[in-house]
Design a protein around this ligand. Structure first.
Ligand SMILES: [Zn+2]
Length: 291
């Protein structure tokens, strides 16, 4: 039985971005796991959602349980760091925050899970943290570090400034190394959004619920798409899983036209960038995370 492990920072990252891919592999018989970095403690939650919960962490763990069920996941495990919030927020300084944790310590926690789960494929955040979230960036770095510590690989930046494996694992390496992917999405759509938003009276540099996402800066963040997973038949699972994260205003329920469009546009396929094994120049786009 094949095994897939998604390593992301918050309850909802598994659904909003890559939910259809996880649902597809679950339904195809792959044992699909979510290793979640935090309990999403810093998420903004309207008071009406807090009824019956002692804190945001408890609420969001419950929402993730619901999403996991909808996606057909084999299980959810936590790294048990605290959500750091966006860069510059007070939550960054909390001693238990993922932001405050040393990358090697995070890597060691990841390794403990990888050793238990023995995945064939791992997916994590891209080096820019999607929209720049510091927890996303930390998990990217820590997952790369875990690969270096476990398998003796070396990673750096290629000529395009993208995280890439350098050289081959040492000859003594006897472990099977899981394929490693990061999320990648079309910058073309982002460029269009940046042009359209002002027409709707919105500032593309102050996007999102907390106005802390700079879409203009994001257009300069390039991650090559190497892998396209066709997911049209699994959109309903993604929508149901996303709806579980009610307190976080799933993209499907937002009034924001751009968010709605972005969500709908991504439904035919979800895209990824393969980090290990390295993709050779001119290699065609893959359509499977297991090679
Ligand atoms: Zn997140």
């Amino acid at each position: 039985m094949k095994k897939l492990v998604a390593i992301f920072a918050h309850p909802d990252d598994e659904s909003f971005g890559i939910g259809s891919t996880l649902a597809r592999y679950s339904h195809e018989g792959v044992s699909t796991w979510y290793l979640c970095g935090t309990h999403g403690e810093s998420g903004t939650v309207d008071p009406e959602y807090m009824q019956g919960y002692t804190d945001v962490a408890e609420l969001r763990a419950h929402e993730l349980e619901c999403a996991s069920h909808e996606l057909g996941l084999a299980g959810v495990q936590y790294l048990n760091y605290r959500d750091s919030g966006m860069l510059g927020s007070d939550d960054n300084r909390h001693p238990s925050s993922l932001f405050a944790a040393a990358t090697d310590d995070v890597a060691r926690r990841i390794i403990a899970h990888i050793e238990k789960l023995q995945p064939d494929t791992i997916i994590t955040h891209d080096q820019f943290g999607g929209y720049g979230h510091p927890d996303h960036i930390k998990l990217h770095l820590a997952t790369i570090r875990a690969y270096e510590m476990m398998y003796g690989l070396k990673f750096g930046k290629n000529e395009q400034g993208i995280t890439a494996v350098i050289g081959e694992p040492p000859a003594s390496a006897d472990k099977v190394i899981p394929r490693l992917y990061v999320t990648a999405f079309s910058r073309r759509f982002l460029t269009i959004a940046v042009r359209l938003l002002p027409l709707f009276g919105q500032n593309p540099r102050e996007f999102g619920r907390n106005k802390d996402i700079d879409l203009v800066e994001m257009t300069s963040w390039f991650v090559p798409i190497t892998t396209r997973i066709y997911t049209k038949e699994y959109v309903s699972y993604k929508e149901k899983a996303s709806a579980c994260h009610n307190s976080q205003r799933p993209p499907t329920q937002q009034g924001n036209i751009i968010t709605k469009l972005a969500f709908r546009r991504s439904q035919n396929a979800e895209t990824f960038s393969r980090v290990y094994p390295a993709v050779k120049k001119g290699q065609p786009i893959e359509t499977d995370l297991f090679g």
